[in-house]
Design a protein around this ligand. Sequence first.
Ligand SMILES: O=C(CO)[C@H](O)[C@H](O)COP(=O)(O)O
Length: 237
Amino acid sequence: MSAKSSGGADAHKRRAGERAAEEVEDGMVVGLGTGSTTAYAIEALGRAVADGLEIRGIATSFQSRRLALDVGIPLTDLDAVDGIDLAIDGADQVVDDPDSPAHRALIKGGGAAHAREKLVAAAADRFVVVADSSKLVPVLEAPVPVEVLPAAHTVVADRIEDLGGDPTLRMATHKDGPVVTDNGNLVLDCAFGSIDDPAALARDLSSIPAVLEHGLFVDFADTTYVGTDDGLEVRSY
Ligand SMILES: O=C(CO)[C@H](O)[C@H](O)COP(=O)(O)O
């Protein structure tokens, strides 16, 4: 999937994605996130590679791998490198309140790619988030995507209800049945209302057997680029 043309939220996404791509320098290993905002960064990196920038990308999904190949970014794998210099990725919600202990916590996984996205973000020296301004919130409240082993989805759903969540199995739109992740698993979108303590919820979710990964990213982001009507806002943490 390529990035869409600009206008409204798309223009905001483009500003954020293209600005993040400017952070990439010759010789870097770059984590390539998933989603429409990151697609602008990947396309910008493809243009820079065509102009001589030498990088290696690590894709976080089938979608980001295809796009990177389409635009000519050489790819490698996590087990073939010593580390990742910089990872760029989008978010579904970002806490934007410097007075909150949850400042910079994210919800990711709108594209069901959060397991590999978190792996790559955790391996990166710097994790740069790209978002349009609609993603900024004072408190996280979107459903948290939880990737689960297929055989365990009802058991995990029960455990999530015990935690006060309301899990819904994510269903595919162009096939019968559920969304299946790039890892062959299922996704429960788990509504918790306002998430005042994302770190505690992240620990609780991680402790459930058969949860592969959840979409709460606490203390991962180093910088967030936010595309707005007026231009670009930068949050450095
Ligand atoms: O976490 C993600 C995929 O798993 C995406 O980065 C997130 O859903 C944001 O996507 P977009 O940039 O299209 O709004």
